[in-house]
Design a binder for this molecule. Structure first.
Ligand SMILES: [Zn+2]
Length: 158
């Protein structure tokens, strides 16, 4: 689904968010089942993200996939106030998150007011079903999950 600006120019495409390849398919399939799967180096056990054919630590060539916790901590973020893709609602937060397993992931922080975002705050993954086949991993403050699971798991943007 494309989104157009007032002049009819395509400014975003929800399909552009979805790029499965044979190497990354376990990641995307995991998301479709509400799970975060990441590649792990078979030689040094480093958890890697994004997928790379060579381990960034030991240069090992083999991987296995592990189910990650989905927990992490905010490193840094930027708040977008211009819409580039219909999968988002303004304003939205693009965040760099350190996963508990080690690698960093770029995602969105949701269900959090701008004023309460802090570096180091604990976050937990949530999955947004955007289309029949596209599920995006996003993160929300972990403290909300500890208080009560109020996240609307049925929300769909399309
Ligand atoms: Zn390695």
């Amino acid at each position: 689904m494309a989104i157009h600006d007032p002049h009819g120019i395509i400014v975003g495409n929800i399909e552009a968010l979805y790029h499965p390849t044979p190497e990354t398919l376990p990641f995307w399939e995991g998301c479709s089942h509400g799970q975060l799967w990441l590649p792990q180096c078979c030689e040094c056990r480093t958890v890697l993200h994004p997928f790379d054919s060579t381990c960034s630590v030991c240069l090992g060539p083999t991987r296995k996939w592990i189910q990650a916790s989905g927990d992490g901590r905010m490193i840094t973020w930027v708040i977008y106030r211009r819409l580039y893709n219909p999968a988002f609602t303004l304003p939205y937060v693009v965040a760099l998150i350190a996963l508990s397993e080690g690698p960093h992931i770029i995602s969105n922080l949701v269900d959090c007011s701008e004023a309460t975002i802090k570096a180091g705050m604990p976050v937990r993954i949530v999955f947004d079903q955007l289309t029949d086949r596209i599920v995006l991993p996003r993160f929300r403050p972990h403290s909300i999950l500890l208080e009560a699971d109020t996240y609307d798991h049925s929300r769909q943007i399309l």
